[in-house]
Design a protein around this ligand. Structure first.
Ligand code: 5GP
Ligand code: ZN
Length: 113
């Protein structure tokens, strides 16, 4: 997708350290970390947000969650972590290419909304 920052990272048009990569996804560090370990799991296919999934995404998301779980120790969030998807403006989404935040590497506070 043109002008999508995550599509550009996936296509290596913007350099980034890919901590994990397979045919359907990458995991990178968030540029502005909100926890000791703050990673982003990003499907290679451009879904603008969590409401805009298709049939392929049904299977793909299972694989993505599986890879997040399998890589926890290696990527530093093995002692416990939180997965977050922000959907839409009210949900705090700022990059409109679906991604899953992985927060860990510390005891995470629970914040009141
Ligand atoms: P959202 O608010 O859409 O759920 O999350 C977008 C996240 O992407 C933010 O946490 C932000 O720090 C991160 N981000 C934005 N631009 C870049 C970038 O160019 N590289 C990386 N690694 N993260 C980015
Ligand atoms: Zn994209």
């Amino acid at each position: 997708m043109k002008d999508c920052i995550f599509c550009k990272i996936i296509a290596n048009e913007i350099p980034s350290e890919k901590l994990y990569e397979d045919k359907r996804m990458i995991i990178i560090r968030d540029i502005s970390p909100k926890a000791a370990v703050h990673l982003l799991a990003i499907p290679k296919k451009h879904y603008a947000d969590f409401s805009l999934l298709d049939a392929e995404a049904k299977a793909e998301l299972g694989e993505i969650f599986f890879a997040i779980a399998q890589n926890a120790q290696r990527l530093g969030y093995g002692d416990g972590y939180r997965l977050i998807i922000n959907k839409g403006l009210n949900g705090g989404q700022t990059v409109f290419h679906l991604h899953i935040h992985i927060l860990g590497g510390q005891v995470l506070p629970f914040e009141k909304l």
